[in-house]
Design a protein around this ligand. Structure first.
Ligand code: KDG
Length: 349
C-alpha cells in the first residue's frame, strides 16, 4: 500500500465569526491551515497512511497544531518541536481570514514571518533516511516562497524523492504576497524534472520560450489564460521537455455571482486530455478548495481509478470542501465524494 508524506508549514487560522470583518469583530475563531497539512489531513480522512513533516515551536501553540493533525489520524512523528536556540523567534505562523459574503471576496492577512520552519537548519536532517519510508511525496509552491532555507529544503526533497523512486506531486499554489510571479515561475520550472503530477499551475504560464516571451505573460498581475487549442499545444511541448510528467491537472472555478460558483477541471494524463463534470454550489468557505482537489486526485491515482473517475473524484472533493468551514476537507469519506461525483444528491439514511 501507498505511504504518503508531505512537507510544509501548518498555521493557526483566526477567523471573525458570521462573515464579520476584522475591524468589526471582537472574537476570532481558531482553527488550523496550511496547504500541505490540509492535504495530509484529507488523505488520512480517506484512509490513506499519511505523514506530515514540519517544524513548529515547542510551546502550546505548536503542540496544539500537531495534536489537531494527530487527532485526525495524520502521523506526525517526524515533526520537529523546535527550541528557541534552533528557531530564535520561536513562533507558529498564523493567518487571518475575513470570510467573504456574496460579492464581497474573502481576504487573507498573513502573520507568518520568521515562523519556526523558516529559521530551522534543515542541513541537520537526514532527508534520505526520512523519505525512504514512503512511496509518495507531495510539495507545494508555498513552502519555497517562505524563506531561503525552505526553498533549499523543497529542492532537496524533490531530488531525494526522485533518487528513491517516490511518486512526486507538486502544487504550484502561487501566493503573490509571499513572492513575485517571476520568482515563482523560475523556481517551479526548476522543480519540473522531479515531478510526476503537476497541479495548480499552468504549463502555459511556466512556459518561457526564448523565442516568444509572450507565452508566459502576466497581465495586470494575473497570468494570462490560454485557449484550449493553445493549451493542447503547450501540454505537448511541455511533456516533450519533461517526459517524467505523468499527469497535469488544474481546476477552474467560475463565479456566477459572489457565492454561486461552478467548478470543473482539466487533466492531461498519459497522453490524453480529460475534462471533468461541472459542479455548481454555494460557497461556505472556499479556502482549501485547491488542496481538496489535490487530495482527491492523489487518492484516486493511488487507487488506480480510471482517468475520468480520477478527475471527477478530485473535482467532487473540491466542490464538497467549498461547503465545509475550515481549511481542510475534514469530514468527507470516500463514499460521500463518490456519490457526489456520480451526481447523486440524495439524502443518506
Ligand atoms: O490552500 C489553502 C491554503 O492557502 C491555506 O490553508 C493557507 O497554506 C496556506 C497559505 O499559505 O496560504
Amino acid at each position: 500500500p501507498e505511504k504518503f508524506i508531505t512537507v510544509g508549514e501548518i498555521m493557526l487560522r483566526l477567523t471573525p465569526p458570521n462573515y464579520e470583518k476584522i475591524r468589526m469583530t471582537s472574537t476570532f475563531e481558531a482553527s488550523y491551515g496550511g496547504s500541505e497539512a490540509n492535504i495530509a489531513l484529507a488523505l488520512a480522512n480517506l484512509g490513506v497512511d499519511s505523514t506530515f513533516f514540519s517544524v513548529v515551536p515547542n510551546n502550546s501553540l505548536g503542540k496544539s497544531a500537531i495534536r489537531m493533525l494527530r487527532s485526525n489520524d495524520v502521523h506526525c512523528t517526524p515533526v520537529i518541536l523546535s527550541t528557541p536556540e534552533q528557531t530564535p523567534t520561536h513562533r507558529l505562523g498564523s493567518y487571518y481570514l475575513e470570510t467573504g459574503y456574496g460579492i464581497r471576496a474573502s481576504k487573507v492577512t498573513y502573520d507568518r514571518k520568521n515562523s519556526a520552519i523558516t529559521e530551522f537548519d534543515f542541513d541537520t536532517i537526514d532527508l534520505k533516511g526520512l523519505l525512504e519510508h514512503f512511496t509518495w511525496l507531495h510539495l507545494s509552491g508555498i513552502t519555497p516562497a517562505l524563506a531561503p532555507n525552505c526553498r533549499k529544503l523543497t529542492m532537496e526533497c524533490l531530488k531525494t524523492a526522485r533518487e528513491l523512486g517516490l511518486t512526486v506531486s507538486f502544487d504550484g499554489n502561487f501566493r503573490s504576497t509571499l513572492w513575485t510571479w517571476d520568482e515563482a515561475r523560475d523556481f517551479c520550472t526548476q522543480c519540473l524534472p522531479y515531478v510526476d503530477v503537476l497541479l495548480g499551475i499552468e504549463p502555459y504560464h511556466l512556459w518561457r520560450d526564448e523565442e516568444d516571451h509572450s507565452k508566459g505573460d502576466v497581465k495586470d498581475g494575473i497570468p494570462f489564460q490560454p485557449s484550449y487549442e493553445q493549451q493542447d499545444e503547450i501540454f505537448q511541448a511541455f511533456i516533450d521537455r519533461y517526459p517524467n510528467l505523468r499527469c497535469i491537472a488544474r481546476h477552474v472555478r467560475y463565479a456566477h455571482s459572489g457565492s454561486e460558483n461552478s467548478l470543473k477541471a482539466f487533466m492531461w494524463y498519459e497522453g490524453h486530455t480529460f475534462e471533468s463534470k461541472l459542479f455548481t454550489f454555494t460557497i461556505l468557505d472556499r479556502v482549501g478548495g485547491g488542496d481538496a482537489f489535490a487530495s482527491g486526485l492523489i487518492y484516486a491515482m493511488m487507487h488506480h481509478y480510471k482517468p475520468m473517475d480520477m478527475i471527477n473524484f478530485a473535482v467532487a472533493s473540491s466542490a464538497i470542501k467549498h461547503t465545509i468551514r475550515g481549511d481542510a476537507n475534514i469530514t468527507d469519506d470516500v463514499d460521500t465524494i463518490r456519490n457526489l461525483m456520480n451526481m447523486n444528491y440524495d439524502i443518506k439514511r
